[in-house]
Design a protein around this ligand. Sequence first.
Ligand code: NAP
Length: 292
Amino acid sequence: MILLDGRKTANDIKEEIAVEVSSLIAAGSKKPHLAAILVGTDGASETYVSAKVRACKEVGFRSTLVRLDNKVLESDLLSEIEEINNNKDIDGLIVQLPLPDHIDEMKITQAIDPIIDVDGFHPQNIGRMALNLPTYLPATPAGILELLGRYNVETAGKHCVVIGRSHIVGSPISILMARNNNPGNCTVTLTHSRTQNLKDITKTADILIVALGKSEFITTDMVKDGVCIIDVGITRVRSNTTKSGWKLLGDVAFEGVKNKCSFITPVPGGVGPMTIAMLLKNTLKSAKRVVY
Ligand code: NAP
């Protein structure tokens, strides 16, 4: 079994980005600049946004964090986005999700100029992804492709089973794994909560991508020998073995399942760190104007 080490791979990518940033600046360009909007004070969102801001600093990017009150009007958030869209100094804009219930997430996603939509959630960028055109790939699926690519996991002709059909993970990764690319060229089965006989399907997977958000859902009896597993899930659970009293679990019962795998991502330290590295990569792409 080979562990797909997302932490190490993400650090390698960040080092590569830092080198590129240094040469851009040496050639007279400005620092790539990422703006993030955070609405409210949700603990998990705070953690994700501060990790993104920290990562910007590590690779030599400029970052701007706009904090808005939980009760901010949708119209005010839209005005803030418009202002950033028009700020020529900013290369990338992300709005941390989820948003409070009174704000229409889809409206916000569509308000971001596709040219600086480095999360890759705008319908225009999703469409370009589906058509295999240059775009910003959504960060988590892009991180999965990067891990598979860097570890030379063979994907062509394989049966890839995806569990979960969210807009940010399951749906895009199912499109990406089916595209005529490497990694890609898989025969893909996309499953969700209405799928029947899930275990019969997962047992036929050569590559299993699990993104449903239920800790240790995938057990040894659900996979075949030699499977490659990408575990996207992150659930925080109580623990009496850690100092903090909490630990993170993936959607896969790692200890048993790993013995049947050719490759597997750990949680934490698998897909999570890759997501931030790919956001940085998208921001660099925007600064270099290689997509639009
Ligand atoms: P989500 O929006 O909550 O969607 C979950 C998906 O799982 C839905 O499509 C749902 O089906 C499906 N599902 C639920 N129960 C199922 C079951 N018993 N059998 C088959 N499918 C089932 O999920 P998400 O936002 O993609 O997140 C999934 C997990 O990944 C979470 O733990 C999240 O924290 C984690 N995550 C990690 C990263 C990272 O960077 N590592 C990034 C994003 C998300 P329906 O559509 O039918 O409801």
